[in-house]
Design a protein around this ligand. Sequence first.
Ligand code: NAD
Length: 503
Amino acid sequence: MGSGDSKITGHIINGEYGLYSDRSQAIFNPGTGEEIRKVAMAGVSQVENAISAAEAAFPQWRDTPPAKRARIMFRFKTLLEENADAIASLLTQEHGKVHNDALGEVQRGIENVEFACGAPELLKGEYTRNIGPEIDAWSDFQPLGVVAGITPFNFPAMVPLWMYPLAIVCGNTFILKPSERNPGAPLFIADLLHQAGLPPGVLNVVVGDKEAVNALLDDKRIQAISFVGSTPIAEYIYTTGTAKGKRVQALGGAKNHAIVMPDADLDNAVQALMGAAFGSCGERCMAISVAVAIGDEVGDQLVSKLKHEILQLKVGIGTDNNNDMGPLISRDHQKKVSSYVDIGVEEGADLVVDGRNLSVENYEGGYFLGGCLFDRVTRDMKIYSDEIFGPVLCVMRVNTMQEAMRLVDEHEYGNGTCLFTRDGGAARYFSNNIRVGMVGINVPLPVPVSCHSFGGWKRSLFGDLSAYGPDGVRFYTRRKTISQRWPSSGVRDGAQFSFPSDK
Ligand code: NAD
């Protein structure tokens, strides 16, 4: 990183590093609670500089052949692979997740770069010869111009890689505003893309908070915004951005239900649920936070097996790969998640495993919380309606799959869901009818691979197109249809006053 030897990390604007701002904010290691360094917070002038750089870089970048753009992405992919361990270490340091989990995040990010390497194929237009007398037509997919991406804290490496590799190979220039809580990995990765040969100004990174976000929303030169974060902010970005004439896709929060049928392989389901509920400390938008048991017999067995597993969870510093779960992102978030456990008890749910008083030896300053399990959660409870975003799993009990599906359908979020069953008919019915964007059948985290697209339904996604994959190509380009006539010499038409048609 250009500013690697400084205590303050800056932005990357027009290929230059360390352009500091008046404001800065401390970054903490969630595993130790210690301040790592300070990070510069962009104000309006830094954001405007970044937009000007992106605007100036656009004409030449737009006219760079897709294959040349893709070649930079190939080099970028290699550099990401070579530096995966260093990126994962930064993620562990600033986010807290366990190193192996962080490596998985980096790999899923790289897969989006691999998809973007297909730009020459992805950007092929559509062509029809002879739509009329000596007239041919084609549709072309052209870049939008300057595009912005605003990303959350929980996947600091992967979520930016959902966005800018594709936006850039499509011919756009880009401003990334990563989460101000852990900008180290996104800055490091953006530096690798410059090492891969990206011209200055094509990708700019401004670190900041809502001041920077509002500057992006306000600037007419920003054509489109991709946002990933919590639902209230996603809705704000979508309504404000679209009112200002921008194209917006805004991915929000989630409450993902797993439904456990009486015919499911219960031991497998329990193992799958453990990873999906407690991996990355539950700070994943696809984390399973509700397990719905069909029938009390399944409920009793599920709770007893989950309890056994949760009591074995190894919680500790993310640098130790023997741990299953690291800390939460901040002291405030730890308190918030913990207070949800208090609320659940007050609401009358059965707290089967209480992780609130966990202390990790030698890391007493870290933001740790043990795994928590509630049984007999009901739909009127706040611990059910709200996204908690921590290691808290709620078990609910219903009598039929239809009843479970009604719960899922009537929840405000519709990001992911999973059905555990051995019944193909039930699985087919479920996946056909459930009102959720990403569905797993015995797959607890059905995060689409990069050649598909990622997006929830209902209040988990504002906008018409999902992130990355084929929808990403459509989001970052606009269709232009050209009808072209080259009349044979000597052919002269008179004025035609009726609407042109092929009759
Ligand atoms: P967040 O909404 O607090 O922040 C996301 C981004 O918005 C950050 O860059 C932040 O700086 C900016 N921001 C925050 N407050 C703002 C404000 N008032 N005005 C303008 N910008 C603002 O989210 P987070 O806590 O970083 O991330 C966790 C959330 O993200 C969870 O709700 C999770 O479900 C969601 N998430 C969703 C997906 C998905 O694909 N649907 C993926 C990852 C995370």
